[in-house]
Design a protein around this ligand. Structure first.
Ligand code: GRF
Length: 203
């Protein structure tokens, strides 16, 4: 087997997708190992799980930096210090500077709880319910400077049901997220998907 790809997960909160990635990466044949969980929020709940698993964590608050670029430079330095090769954003609530996004282009993934390009941004499930669509889902995509706009690697669908609230829909989507994200990271780490000419190309 090839050497496992050194992977960091960036979180800001609960970290359930982080947990799914960490759990998947425990399998002997999984092609990525989680070497760092980074958060911009000291109290992010996901950090406790990562620490309990013995995974190195690093917290740097964006609040102490004068600009987005300076904060991202500190994040990038933390990734470099851990010899990170791949990055998974998992509920990471920071807009990235162009330079940081470009530096990691092709090596950084995000998960979003809608079928992109529909419903980017925040309050996604509220948007979906207000639009009255009958299908929603989640998307894993390569990160580019524009928010939620990168080339799509994988999607999973769920039905939107009559009595859904944002919470019930979020829970149904989240179950799919927890399967889709590890599968997408596996593909990237195995080199089975690459970013080429602005598209996610399956090899
Ligand atoms: C997920 O719904 C993810 O798609 C979105 O933010 C949420 C994070 O949840 N980007 P968690 O922190 O992974 O539990």
């Amino acid at each position: 087997m090839q050497r496992k790809k050194r992977t960091a997960i960036l979180i800001s909160g609960r970290g359930s997708n982080m947990r799914a990635l960490i759990d998947a990466a425990k399998a002997a044949e999984f092609p990525a190992e989680i070497v760092l969980v980074f958060s911009n929020v000291e109290g992010a709940a996901g950090l406790d799980f990562a620490r309990a698993q013995g995974i190195p964590t690093k917290v740097i608050s964006h609040k102490v930096f004068a600009s987005r670029e300076e904060f991202d430079a500190a994040v990038d330095a933390a990734l470099g210090a851990a010899h990170v090769e791949l990055v998974c954003l998992a509920g990471y609530m920071r807009i990235l500077s162009d330079g940081f996004a470009r530096k990691w282009e092709g090596r950084m993934l995000n998960i979003h709880p809608s079928l992109l390009p529909a419903f980017p941004g925040t309050h996604v499930h509220e948007q979906v319910l207000a639009a009255g669509v009958t299908v929603s889902g989640c998307t894993v995509h390569f990160v580019v400077p524009e928010l939620d706009a990168g080339p799509i690697i994988a999607l999973a669908q769920v039905p939107v049901l009559g009595g859904d609230t944002p919470d019930t829909l979020a829970a149904r989507v989240l179950e799919e997220e927890h399967k889709l994200y590890p599968a997408a990271l596996r593909k990237l780490a195995e080199g089975k998907v690459v970013l080429r000419d602005g598209r996610a190309v399956t090899i």
